[in-house]
Ligand binder design. Structure first.
Ligand SMILES: [Mg+2]
Length: 117
């Protein structure tokens, strides 16, 4: 891998971009294949998590999901800066959620709905 920026997401996206370029794969011409790869990696992560015995393996599969999700973005014409920007936007949005605004229901954190009685 090339230079590290200290931003693991940006490093991973740059590595992924370079990886496809090295093999002369043009993601934007192969959306369906990239989606298939992503789905396979999601399945592998789910299997590893359900087995639950090998924590390092679960982390490896999660990293594969990140890489192939980035590939789907590239295949969809989305570039590194936009991915990074959106990740920070989601983090900020989640950071802003509180018990006043959200509630845990059925294992999910959902927007609190005020029911008028
Ligand atoms: Mg995998």
């Amino acid at each position: 891998m090339g230079e590290h920026t200290g931003d693991s997401l940006r490093d991973l996206a740059k590595s992924t971009r370079a990886f496809y370029a090295r093999f002369e794969v043009a993601p934007e011409t192969q959306l369906q294949g990239f989606i298939t790869n992503f789905n396979e990696e999601v399945f592998e992560l789910v299997q590893a998590a359900l087995e639950g015995t090998d924590k390092r393996h679960i982390a490896e599969e999660a990293a594969d999901v990140f890489v192939t999700a980035i590939g789907v973005c590239f295949a969809s014409g989305i570039e590194i800066d936009q991915i990074v920007e959106q990740v920070y936007a989601v983090a900020a949005k989640n950071d802003a959620k509180s018990h006043e605004t959200h509630v845990v229901k059925d294992g999910k954190i959902r927007r609190r709905v005020n029911i008028q009685r």
